[in-house]
Design a protein around this ligand. Sequence first.
Ligand SMILES: Cc1ncc(COP(=O)(O)O)c(C=O)c1O
Length: 184
Amino acid sequence: VLPPSVEQIAEGMRRSPDALAVLYTSPTYEGLTADTRGIVDAVHSVSDAAMVIVDEAWGGHLHFHPALPDSAMASGADVCVQSTHKLAGGLQQTGLLHWREGRVDSELMEEAYREYVTTSPSYHLLASADAAVRTLAAQGEEALGRAIERTDALKAGLRAALPCGSSRCARTRPAATSSRRRSA
Ligand SMILES: Cc1ncc(COP(=O)(O)O)c(C=O)c1O
């Protein structure tokens, strides 16, 4: 599944200029990221009030290595959710919600949040989310760098081993590993 393009979002905004929010998933499960910076510009050029909300469930690690695509918040999104338990080392149910103060009313957000969550949070899970973020901040670049190197080596090995001699194969070969659309 591909993430939405800037053109698709711009077309949606032209059709629905009163939209209150644009919500999409990036990265996709397959690791492809949208051009959130371009999407934010496209949305806000039509309506400054419209919120750009990104489901970044698979992107909790993006902020922590410069070779990875920029995270949604670094790209100007108004709100994003991340599943820390997917690629960022937290225990299950340690999702994080980020929002941009000034664009989003923090009191309203917290009130809305409390509508949906327990009043007895698990301190184990809060500690796990905290530990995951602290670990990524302290060692994330090194650990992710190793993971990227291994992934690149695996990809190169697979390409070399696959029977890919035909011209059709050469045309459909994926882009170089430095592609900005790679997230993991
Ligand atoms: C794109 C996407 N968004 C959201 C979720 C749900 O996230 P959580 O596990 O934090 O409820 C998933 C879970 O697989 C997902 O793939």
